[in-house]
Design a protein. Sequence first.
Length: 303
Amino acid sequence: MAVAASAPAERRAGLAFVLPALLLITVFLILPALWTLYLGLTDYRLTGTAAAHPRIVGTDNYTRALGDKDFRDALGRTLLFVFGSAVIGQNVLGFLLAWSLRSTPVASPHRPPRSARAWVRATVETVVLLAWVLPGVVVAWLWIAFLKDQGGTLNAILRTPGHDWWFEHPMGALIVFNTWRGTAFSMMLFSAALSNVPPSQLESARLAGARGWQQLRDVVLPNIRGHILTNTLLISLWTFNDFTPYLITKGEPHGASAVLPVYIYLTALPGERLGFASAISLIMLLINLVLALAYVRILRRRP
C-alpha cells in the first residue's frame, strides 16, 4: 500500500521537474508555430485595413508562393548555399583539418617532433575556432572589410582596386564566408570521430601495404560514416536557416544573394506582407523536416 501511495507523489514530482521545460517549449515553439500557421492563412499586413481586420484567404498564400518566381529563385540560392558551404565546404574542410591534425602514435623520420606538432595543432584549432565563436555581426563586418571594393584586404593583396566581390560574385562570396565561419564544428566532430577509430585496424592496413588514401577509404570512412551523416544533417539545417547573409549583403544586388531566411524577412517587414511571408516560413519548415527525415533514414541504414 505504501508503494502504491508513493506512485502518485513520484508522478507529481516528475511533472514538477518537466513542467518548466514544457512551458518554455509551448511559449517559444508551439505557440509561435501555431501563430505562423494562422497568419499563413490570412492576408495580414503591417499597415492598412489588412492589419486591423485580416481576412482568411485559405491556401492562396501557399499556392502563390509555389508559383512565385522570386520564391523559387530564393529556394534555389538556398540549396546552392547549403550544398556549397555545408555539404561540401564545411564537411570536406573540417575533415581535412581533423585528419591533418589528428594524434597518431606512428613515428616517422619526416614527422616533426611531438612538441612542434602540438603547437601547430593548438594554433590551427584556435584560429579555426575563433571564426566560429565570434558573434555573427563581428564576422560579417570582417568579411565586408575583407572583400570591400575600395580599401578591401583582398583587393590590396591581389592588387585589384575597385573590384566589387560582393556585387559581382554574391553567392560565391557567401559560400566561402560560411565555409570559413562554420568549419570549426565539423573539425571538432571529426576529430572526436577519428580518435575512436581502432588503431589496430589502421596498423593492420598499413602492414598489409595500404597507403594513406587506401587506409582512409577502407578503414577510416567506414568507421566514421555515422558521424559524417550526423554532421551533414546538423550543418545543413543550420545553414538552411542562417540569417547571417543579411548582415553582409541584405539580399543585394537586386536580390541575387537573398537566401530563403533573408527573402522571408524582406517580404514580411520591408514588404509588409506578413501573411505571405508566414506561408513561406511554413513551407521552409516542411523542407527542413524532409531534409531531416531523409538524413535520419540514411543514418538508420548504416551497417
